[in-house]
Structures are given as C-alpha cells and as structure tokens.
Design a protein around this ligand. Structure first.
Ligand code: CUA
Length: 330
C-alpha cells in the first residue's frame, strides 16, 4: 500500500534523481533497493536528509533574520519564542520524529530468515568470500564470491571471518554487518525483485580490501533449485583430462577442492563449479578462459597480498591447458 509517508519519500527520491543523482541507480546502489530491508533503509535515508535540510533551513533562516533585525526592548517575548521555539523545540520535535521512525523500522530489520529455505554461511577471507549453503533436505555445498537467492523469500545469512574484520554488504538488498573474529553475526536477505546485484567488503581489511567484491543473483524459485542441484553435484569436467592431471600434479588440490576428484584442500576457494560463476578472483576479472590464464600468470598483480602464488614459471601452453579445464568446471 502506498501510504502518504511512502508517497512523499518516493516523491523526494524522484526529486533527488531529477537533481542529478540518477547515477545512484544500478546493481550496487542503496538508493535503488531490490530488497525489503534496503528499501526501508533507503526510505530512512531520504527522511534523514529531508529532516536535516528542514532543520538547517530554519536555523539558517533565523540566523539571517537575527542579523538583519535588532530587537527593540519591547520584543523580549518574541526573542524568547525564537530561541526556545527555533533553537530547542523545533529541532527536538524533528529529531525525535526521525528517531522514532528509525526505531520503528528495527523490529522488521531484525526479523530472522526462514528456517524452511536455504541457510547461508559467508566467511570473510583475505580477500574473498567463502560461501556455504545448506539446503532444507540436508545437502550442503560450498562456493566462493557468489550468492544465489530465491526472490520473495527471507534467507538467513550467518557471517563469520577467517582472519580480520570484514563487512558484508549488498547495498541493493540490505544493510551492512561486520564479520568479527570470534563472533557469529546473523542477518537476513529478503530480495523483492530478480537481478544480478553487487556486494562489497565495507571494512578496511588489508592490501586488497577494494578487490574483494561478490555477486548476489536473485532468481525465481525454480531457477534457484536448478542452480542448487548443480552446485551440490560433483564436478562435471572430465577428471582424466590433461588440465585435471596438471592441476593434481602441481599440487593445486592441497589448497582447493574440486568435488569428485582427489583435490580436497580447504585453504582456498572451492573450485567444483568455478566456471559457472559470474567473475573470477572476487569480481576482479570476468569468467572466461583468458581470465583464468591471466589469473594464473599475474594474480599477485591483480590482487596484491594474495596468499596464492602466481604460476609464471609454467610454460604458456600449460597455463592455457589449466585455464581451459578450470573454465570447463561448469
Ligand atoms: Cu574484507 Cu575489506
């Protein structure tokens, strides 16, 4: 329902857009919400801006008035009214109103996700996101730097960190929450329309803090289930291919898991279906054979400080063979 409050907020956000903020739209904008929580936060932001603008205008207006008019002795009463009304009463009323409005949103924002749907756990790492799913039927799988969500459902997300403080933020879907060592934080994502949205780390966490982004893809229920079936299944690329043999003989499996093969390392991202993801290296590169080849050759330049070494010592054709096999892990 379009309440007068919402209608005014929409009018205000429309005015903002017309005022040159049209660039605030897009897959990583808190002002272009695609989730229930993000929409409430965007409304709150608009009202905060309106409230601040009104307080500022009135106070500046009074200041200008006061410099232009010298109060005569008989004006004492009017002066007191100005000071008490404009200096105390008016800001108190406006700020209390905004505070009450903000507090009234809290119960909704703190609502738990549904226990009947997928359960997601995200672990912040330097500098990527380990993503674990548990499906209602008990199946579990892991991937990296990508979340898929069924539209219209409230999905619980548990947030952990493997090292330092990171902050998980998909501006178009919800607010941000820190991932703090030794703590388990919880939130919920409740997307209201389908699409591909971008998330970022919102807490400085080291050298490549700006290079740990991720994607959240919101799809219809049926598409989500097809995706989850694929993710829960072992790798589909041939395990006896030259690329697979190279992967095993170089010891990549000590850090990476490719389910269905001997590779069971837990240090780096699970690569079982890495070829099906939107991006490589936490949204540093697109996802194609050339990107895998570049990643192997110069990941230390693409993501300074990364734990994985670059494989420049490999002959070019071996990097290409590896790249082709990895891209084939759909
Ligand atoms: Cu992780 Cu900033």
């Amino acid at each position: 329902m379009l309440t007068p409050l919402k209608a005014t907020a929409r009018l205000a956000s429309g005015a903002l857009a017309a005022g040159g903020l049209a660039g605030c739209a897009g897959p990583q904008s808190a002002l272009d919400p695609a989730g229930r929580d993000a929409a409430q936060i965007a409304d709150l932001f608009i009202w905060m801006v309106v409230g601040a603008a009104v307080v500022w205008l009135v106070v500046i207006g009074l200041a200008i008035y006061a410099t232009l008019h010298r109060a005569a002795d008989g004006d004492r009463k009017r002066v007191r009214l100005f000071i008490i009304g404009g200096g105390a009463l008016f800001p108190t009323v406006v700020l209390t109103g905004l505070l009450m409005y903000g507090l009234s949103l809290l119960p909704d924002l703190l609502t738990d996700g549904s226990a009947d749907g997928p359960q997601i756990e995200v672990v912040g790492e330097q500098w990527w996101w380990r993503v674990r799913y548990q499906l209602p039927d008990g199946r579990r799988f892991e991937l990296a730097n990508e979340l898929w969500l069924p539209v219209g459902e409230r999905v619980p997300v548990t947030l952990l960190t493997a090292d330092v403080i990171h902050a998980f933020w998909v501006p178009a879907l919800a607010g941000k929450i820190d991932m703090v060592p030794g703590r388990i934080n919880k939130m919920a994502l409740h997307p209201t329309r389908t699409g591909l949205f971008r998330g970022a780390c919102a807490e400085y966490c080291g050298l490549s803090h700006a290079r740990m982004a991720f994607h959240a893809r919101v799809v219809e229920r049926a598409e989500f289930e097809a995706w989850a079936d694929l993710q829960a299944a072992p790798a589909r690329a041939p395990v006896d291919a030259p690329g697979a043999q190279l992967f095993m003989s170089l010891g990549c499996g000590a850090c990476h898991t490719v389910r269905g093969t001997e590779a069971r390392g837990m240090v780096g991202p699970d690569l079982t279906h890495v070829g099906s993801r939107v991006s490589l290296g936490a949204a540093v590169l697109p996802n194609d054979v050339e990107a895998f080849r570049r990643w192997l050759e110069e990941l230390d330049r693409l993501k300074p400080g990364v734990h994985m070494p670059a494989f420049r010592m490999l002959p070019e054709h071996e990097r290409l063979t590896l790249a082709q096999w990895l891209e084939g892990l759909q």
